[in-house]
Design a protein around this ligand. Structure first.
Ligand code: SAM
Length: 417
């Protein structure tokens, strides 16, 4: 380890509340903790005017930019992620929200008193009966009916984000898993979620977070949330070349199939919210498609690691190769928009495949340095509270598990002016 790469446990934030402000809104796999995003901005972006997060997920770094009066742009291919980020940053006033919360309670009371609720038609997506009991479908439809009538966008998305969590919690999927696995029959027999009560709990919790957030946020800087594949490009209509002061992001650890399946985690909510491609999102994400090009990386450590994996399992090596081809393209795109003297701050994990560790921190350094950046430092932190699968299957053999990462690496690079 060089002196530029060091462990600093003060970045663990082991006992910190990570759910303050609008950060409390919605669970999501592999979220960055707000304290990490905030401290990176304070350390490297104290004069920043524009922050970019190319894989914004639930918008942790955008919220932290917002609280520091910094404009921000986030991109993500998952519609649920964009919805959550938008809800956390595009906020209604509490007075206006209270009006709708009252109307919502009246709507539920009214519907509970009605006899013809059987005529309510749930959405018609594949497998709805597999994942939701008829009773739950009816109750979710009653909530959805209310949401669909809301015209004020910031209120509508406030309700949609709460609804999304209710969808997941009242479905027959095992809630402890990110991927969709149905509960065992014995559990289903006892499963009788109080859908309306869960919705009210989420709404109240989110309102409390919003209240704190509105008190803390001094101004209301511009926040853009875009549907964009950063492997292909960046949204140049919002971010010009050489305009970004700081990138704060946590990219995926690998392809969704063998690491974190963001699309699968979000599928039921996306389906209830009317997203058309809800079933194919994971294939669109980084590394989701097999790449048969003969591109050669300039990162020596990446090539050596791929050779090692290939010696054990050429097919797995190809999958890993495909992910890094996409990662490399994405870094090329991100590099262009950072201004000279600006920073790229990547929070990455080094996963293991076939017993070999993929040093994504070092690979990230190599790829940025090739694009005109200087390496500044790598801070190693423990992951005490990140919501990750505690085990994964790096060998892809069912039942053969390995523990996932316990550390993450905060890699800091500065664009040469
Ligand atoms: C580790 S998560 C980000 C979590 C985020 N920092 C947070 O705190 O919630 C990675 C995100 O990258 C997104 N993603 C994966 N491939 C992408 C691509 N090619 N373009 C844009 N977003 C992508 C996934 O949908 C996922 O939301």
């Amino acid at each position: 380890m060089t002196d530029k790469k060091y462990a600093d446990f003060s970045w663990d934030f082991r006992t910190s509340n990570t759910k303050m402000f609008t950060h409390c809104y919605h669970a999501y796999p592999a979220m960055m903790i707000p304290q990490v995003a905030g401290r990176i901005i304070d350390k490297y972006g104290d004069k920043a005017e524009l922050l970019f997060d190319p894989y914004c997920g639930t918008g942790t770094s955008l919220v932290e930019a917002n609280l520091r009066n910094i404009n921000s742009v986030g991109t993500d291919l998952n519609p649920l992620a964009r919805l959550i980020t938008t809800a956390k940053t595009f906020t209604p006033s509490i007075q206006e929200l209270d009006l709708y919360l009252n109307c919502f309670n009246n709507h539920i009371l009214f519907r509970l008193g009605m006899r013809d609720n059987d005529s309510i038609i749930p959405p018609n997506f594949k497998n709805i009966d597999f994942w939701f009991t008829k009773d739950v479908q009816q109750k979710l439809s009653i909530i959805k009916m209310f949401i669909d009538k809301i015209e004020e966008q910031s209120i509508k998305i406030f309700f949609e984000v709460a609804f999304s969590e209710v969808v997941r919690e009242s479905s027959l999927t095992r809630n402890s898993e990110f991927k969709l696995f149905k509960m065992p029959v014995s559990q289903i027999a006892k499963f009788n979620p109080d859908v309306f009560a869960i919705m009210r709990t989420k709404l109240n919790r989110n309102k409390a977070g919003l209240t704190e957030y509105l008190k803390e946020r001094i101004n209301n800087p511009v926040t853009m949330v875009c549907d964009f594949n950063t492997v292909e490009s960046v949204p140049f209509e919002f971010i010009e070349n050489n305009s970004v002061d700081i990138v704060v992001t946590s990219p995926p650890y690998g392809d969704s199939r063998t690491t974190v399946a963001y699309g699968q985690f979000s599928r039921l909510a996306n389906q209830w919210l009317g997203v058309d491609n809800a079933q194919s999102i994971d294939n669109e994400l980084m590394g989701g498609k097999s790449n048969n090009s003969d591109f050669v990386f300039s990162s020596k450590i990446l090539n050596e690691t791929l050779d090692k994996i290939s010696g054990k399992d050429p097919k797995r090596a190809k999958e890993v190769y495909s992910f890094y081809v996409d990662y490399n393209k994405s870094i090329n795109n991100v590099s262009k928009v950072v201004k000279g003297g600006g920073y790229a701050c990547y929070v990455v994990g080094n996963r293991r495949v076939k017993g070999t560790t993929l040093p994504t921190d070092e690979i990230t350094i190599d790829m940025f340095c090739e694009n005109g950046f200087d390496y500044i430092e790598t801070i190693i932190r423990n992951i005490p509270n990140k919501r990750m699968p505690s085990k994964n299957s790096p060998s892809n053999v069912p039942g053969v598990l390995d523990t996932t990462m316990k550390n993450e690496y905060i890699v800091i690079l500065k664009k040469i002016a």
